[in-house]
Design a protein around this ligand. Structure first.
Ligand code: NAP
Ligand code: ZN
Length: 352
């Protein structure tokens, strides 16, 4: 079995460190990919540190689900991709492809979905799937996306999770043109939410705990910035939003944001703090408001999002780092000290 170089965590409290992992021999349906860049999602940090009680971490854990790379080999039955193509892999690497969810292009809700890391590995190569903090990966062609040729690759990687996770709920809401949209939390997901909301023609407001992000929020396409700790400013916007996307990774008071929705307005959670968030019934029933959730997006919609980004020249704002800085990057992510996504240059791992 071929090996790949990788970075893994051996427990919830150990730093990520260099290792070698097995990758399967490509089957006839598989695409083998040399990984060029991998984004650092806050989910990687949650999972590495075993912060989600609903999805316990199996160690060693190789995170990474914002993958862009070059095809090095395709199996005989592969039709969509060929050697040399630039492709992406997001959070999904398998599903049964027969259940109603798969038939509806919602593979993320398939009862047999395999996520890119920390899912049982149905090929038996390892106990669980290993993600993109590695030099190569082998993936069923159905889960391999085509990357538009005009985009810079370091900034494409985060589209595979942060991009689709914000694009999908906005598309699902409907036509946002002329609507008032709020994005809570200007991090990796949030800054993509701002770019999409702006591209969809919405009046876009950022709701942030970091006043120092104001200028760059406006340059990303926000029409206004609301500092959420300022109660007066929050009150000025009460009852005015059609749609709010909540990308916050930690505990916070969502009632303060539900108060900003119009009658029939929707707040969709994509942020995934482990602890439950208390909801005031009165905050919802007065105004017939909706509180919803959303999980990444299916494969067809992820391709649609990448094509949209190609047409509109949208990529993630990234700070490119060598993999040797990954532990420091996690600490900075916790302090919201990145504009707005770390993207690991995998050449640094090849030479390690
Ligand atoms: P991130 O880059 O760390 O951004 C999170 C942002 O939330 C921060 O930049 C900060 O923005 C704000 N924030 C952090 N702590 C806060 C607090 N205590 N109170 C209020 N605001 C706070 O993280 P990310 O990669 O965008 O991921 C965000 C969350 O989405 C994570 O929980 C991740 O696991 C989850 N996620 C979900 C999906 C899905 O499919 N649903 C997919 C990917 C990720 P400001 O400085 O602007 O306040
Ligand atoms: Zn992610």
């Amino acid at each position: 079995m071929p090996n790949a170089k990788a970075y893994s965590a051996s427990s919830a409290t150990s730093p990520l460190a260099f290792t070698s992992i097995p990758r399967r021999e490509p089957t006839e349906r598989d695409v083998e990919i040399e990984i060029l860049y991998c984004g650092i999602c806050h989910s990687d940090l949650h999972q590495v540190r075993n912060e989600w009680s609903a999805i316990p971490t199996v160690y060693p854990c190789v995170p990474g689900h914002e993958i862009v790379g070059r095809v090095t080999h395709v199996g005989a039955a592969v039709k969509k991709h060929k050697r040399g193509d630039i492709v992406g892999v997001g959070c999904l690497v398998d599903s049964d492809q027969t259940c109603p969810q798969c038939e509806a292009n919602l593979e993320q809700f398939c009862p047999h979905a395999a996520f890119t890391y920390n899912s049982p590995d149905k090929h038996g190569t390892a106990p669980v799937t290993y993600g993109g903090y590695s030099t190569s990966i082998v993936v069923d062609e159905h889960f391999v996306l085509s990357v538009p040729g005009n985009l810079s690759l370091a900034g494409v990687a985060p589209l595979l999770c942060a991009g689709i996770t914000t694009y999908s709920p906005m598309r699902r809401w409907g036509d946002l043109k002329g609507k008032k949209v709020g994005v809570i939390g200007l991090g990796g997901l949030g800054h993509m939410g701002v770019k999409f909301s702006h591209a969809f023609g919405a009046h876009t407001a950022v709701l942030t705990t970091s006043p120092n992000k104001t200028e760059s929020a406006l340059s990303l396409g926000a029409d206004e910035v609301i500092v959420s700790s300022d109660a007066n400013e929050m009150q000025k916007h009460a009852g005015s939003f059609d749609f709010i996307l909540d990308t916050v990774s930690a505990e916070h008071d969502i009632n303060a944001y539900l108060n900003l929705l119009k009658i029939d307005g929707t707040l969709t959670l994509v942020g995934a703090p482990d602890k439950p968030l208390p909801v005031s019934a009165f905050g919802l029933i007065f105004g017939r408001k909706r509180l919803a959730g959303s999980l990444i997006g299916g494969i067809a919609e992820t391709q649609e999002m990448l094509d949209f980004c190609g047409t509109h020249d949208i990529t993630s704002e990234v700070e490119v780092i060598p993999i040797q800085q990954v532990n420091e990057a996690y600490e900075r992510l916790l302090k919201s000290d990145v504009k707005y996504r770390f993207s690991i240059d995998m050449a640094s791992l090849k030479s390690a």
